[in-house]
Design a protein around this ligand. Sequence first.
Ligand code: NDP
Ligand code: OXD
Length: 306
Amino acid sequence: MRVFFAAPADDWTEWSDALRAACPEMQLSRDGDPADFDAVIYAPGYPEDGSALDFGAFANARIVQSLRAGVERITTNPTLTQPLCRMVDPGLAQGMVEYCTGWTLRCHLGMDALAQDGIWRGDAIPPLASSRKVTVLGLGEMGGAVARTLKTLGFDVTGWSASGRPVEGIEVMGAADLPRALDRAEVLICLLPDTPATRGLLNRETLSLLPRNATLINAGRGSLIVEDDLLAALDTGRPGHAVLDVFATEPLPAAHPFWSHPAITVTPHVAAATRASSAAEVVAMNLRRAMAGQPLMYLVDRNRGY
Ligand code: NDP
Ligand code: OXD
């Protein structure tokens, strides 16, 4: 099987050996006549000159496999007619669980306020998880795993998704219930993809529905939040603190007000990384399925955009 690696040079360094080890029958290449390739592995940032990739030239490719979970950078590429599969990998989900659980616990327990400052605050007993209401927006591979973990820790977890599809052990609200989902969210965890339907979903009106002093954690995509509206909302205490891993513009510009805001914690889009060591097996499995004409895993629905 001939596979074209349509990803930036850094990805080649990270992935090529792992992919070849996971799929020895693959001939992986970064150049050649596009029509000669049976499959394309893609990551954002390719081509490196900033132009849009012409998927139409890969006339014989049976699959485009993304190395990232979020596929918003290619779903609207009109030349892409091949089946597009996104990255779903246990290592990615585990990273997201650890990031969201870590920040939820830190905010829930008020760890920063309790940190040693020379004052003995013996009456500042931290609350138990069962007294904390958490809402998770987006209950897919990431949100579902995060919601289940927080539930296991004892948090009072509710989820919200487009379909309202059941998730074992979690109360799930559907699209029309957003106001109810926000109204209860002492901790709001956002793990939604970037699509036309999610862009700007958290704005002046919806943020005002949060409880006072709520914690907002966004590790999905920055486009979810109207950034000026978040700055205004923090002044009202709804939310009281925001932990943001993703932004409208990345890297976050040096002069951006989020960096110095006392109620905002910025992390540099590191909540969950796709690690070649585990994810190469996922890629190999899907490429083999494509070559055998079997159903593909993690197919993107181009109409929904995720
Ligand atoms: P999935 O496609 O598995 O899940 C997406 C979830 O969002 C589904 O529950 C879906 O609902 C819900 N959803 C989508 N659109 C809407 C909408 N308009 N209204 C309500 N719910 C909606 O994605 P993953 O869980 O794998 O990943 C989520 C996102 O996380 C990725 O798209 C990516 O952008 C981001 N990400 C960020 C990383 C980081 O390091 N910060 C790392 C990896 C991913 P339904 O179940 O009904 O379809
Ligand atoms: C992804 C990401 O989409 O890293 O995989 O954000």
